[in-house]
Structure formats: structure tokens, C-alpha cells
Design a protein around this ligand. Structure first.
Ligand SMILES: [Fe+2]
Ligand SMILES: [Fe+2]
Length: 271
């Protein structure tokens, strides 16, 4: 694992809910990889399916009644995630060297690798809880991480819809522009917050804007998932699970904001 770049990001919510959420996400990434690989890559498809089974088994254990987070479970999960990250990186290498084929964008592979790295860091933090940090820095870290992912989701949607789906493509393009701008602002505000101002009320206003737009994007993804399930939309999306997956990620982003937002009161110092 590359530990040189480790932007701080707090685990929001309890350890069990984090584990359940991210284990399901890892399982589904493995499914998307298996579905997107070309048929001649049988060994890689087999490996992707093995990862799907591995994460499904871990998820089932985490979902069992009475499950409690233990160090051995965290370490076992870290090992599995580290292996999945290496697998995804191997696919990125093949994709950028034009030796992969199939329908997995290099950007999509990179996106799901970053999500796995984020999960790995959360697991590290569950092992050794980090120092408390101000709500301003916490929310900006959450926003910088998730806004990039939301922006990329809109780009994947644009790339996967049939060209005849002009209405949906227009909406997705609109979201893309919005989230490019929000992502840029989050990075700028994060940079300013490094000066540790006594209060930073613009972050409150910005966060309200983020919540409004992410809620709209979440609803768009939910409506799109319904269309996929009813076979009422033309696309090359391999499974409706993808629609539900990115909808759940938007909901997770909103939940993480909601957990920190009440702390963003006027006058709360950032240090
Ligand atoms: Fe994902
Ligand atoms: Fe994602």
C-alpha cells in the first residue's frame, strides 16, 4: 500500500455500519469488473468472481445478528481490501497499456480503486482511532473526497447512456458541470482552512449547497435505477445494481455530511 499520500478523513458512523456499507461496495465492484472484462480474459473474470465471493462472505459475517467488530475481523478485511486494490491496479495498468479490452474505463477502474483505498484507510483508523478534528476540517475532507466521486458518477452515466437518450444525457451533463464546480470550490476552501481561521461560515453555506445538489443527484440516480429495473432506458449499463450502487454512495455522502453538519455552528473554532 502506498501510504505517502494519506489525506485525513474521519470514519463517520459506527464501525459496524462502515464495515457493512463498504464490504457491499467492494463486493459490487468485483461484480462490475467481472461483467466488464472481455470474454477472453477468463483468468481475470475468475479472479473477479473470487473477490465477489470473498467480500460476500465477509459481508454476511458482518450482517449476522450479534456481530461485533474485532481486531482479527478488521485485519482479515484489510488483507482482502489490499489484495483487491492490487487486482484493480493491475487492471488499470493493463487498461492504460491497451492490453485489457472489455468495457471498463480506466477512469472507472481508478474510481473504484480510490474507493477501496478509502475503505482501507478507514480500517486503519478503526485499528487506531485518530485524534479529534474540527468540524470545518472534517466536513471539507468529506466533501473533497465524495464530490470527486459524484462528479465521476455523472461522467460514467454520460458515457454509458445510449446517444438517443438526449433528455437524460442533458440532465447528466448539467450535474457534471455542477459537481465540477463544487469539487473545485471544496478544494479551494480546504486550502483556505489550512490557515485555521477562528470561524469559517462560508463552509456552512457551501455545505448547504452541496447537500441540495447531492440530494438532486441522488434522486436522479434513484429514478435512473427504476428505469433500468423496468427496462425503460437504453444504455450499455451491465446491471441495474450499478445504478443502485451509485445511489447508495450518494446517500452515504449525505449521511456523512449530516453527522458533522450540526457541529458547523457559528463561532466554533477550527482548531
Ligand atoms: Fe463504488
Ligand atoms: Fe463510486
Amino acid at each position: 500500500m502506498d501510504r505517502t499520500v494519506r489525506p485525513w478523513l474521519p470514519p463517520v458512523g459506527d464501525a459496524v455500519s462502515n464495515l457493512r456499507f463498504w464490504l457491499r461496495i467492494m463486493k459490487e465492484h468485483s461484480l462490475f469488473i467481472a461483467l466488464g472484462l472481455p470474454p477472453n480474459q477468463a483468468a481475470l473474470i475468475f479472479e473477479a468472481n473470487s473477490f465477489m465471493q470473498l467480500f460476500e462472505a465477509l459481508e454476511n459475517r458482518a450482517l449476522a445478528p450479534g456481530f461485533a467488530v474485532s481486531m482479527p475481523f478488521i485485519q482479515e478485511t484489510m488483507l482482502a481490501v489490499a489484495r483487491l486494490i492490487e487486482f484493480k491496479r493491475g487492471l488499470i495498468r493493463m487498461a492504460v497499456q491497451c492490453s485489457l479490452g472489455g468495457s471498463l474505463y480506466p477512469s472507472l477502474l481508478d474510481h473504484i480503486t480510490r474507493e477501496a483505498m478509502h475503505f482501507f484507510r478507514l480500517l486503519e483508523m478503526l485499528q487506531c482511532p485518530s485524534q479529534p478534528i474540527s468540524p470545518v476540517h472534517a466536513i471539507l475532507a468529506v466533501e473533497a473526497f465524495w464530490l470527486r466521486l459524484m462528479k465521476e458518477h455523472t461522467e460514467f452515466i454520460v458515457g454509458l447512456l445510449d446517444p438517443s437518450e438526449r433528455g437524460l444525457l442533458g440532465k447528466a451533463e448539467g450535474f457534471r458541470s455542477t459537481f465540477v464546480a463544487l469539487m473545485q470550490t471544496a478544494n479551494e476552501l480546504s486550502s483556505m482552512a489550512e490557515s485555521c481561521p477562528a470561524s469559517f461560515r462560508t463552509v456552512q453555506r457551501f455545505t448547504e449547497d452541496v447537500v441540495t445538489n447531492t440530494t438532486m443527484l441522488r434522486d436522479f440516480k434513484a429514478a435512473g435505477t427504476e428505469l433500468l429495473l423496468q427496462c425503460k432506458v437504453l444504455s450499455v449499463i451491465s446491471t441495474p445494481v450499478l445504478g443502485d450502487h451509485i445511489r447508495r454512495e450518494a446517500d452515504r455522502f449525505l449521511a456523512e455530511i449530516a453527522a458533522i453538519q450540526p457541529g458547523l455552528e457559528v463561532g466554533i473554532p477550527t482548531k
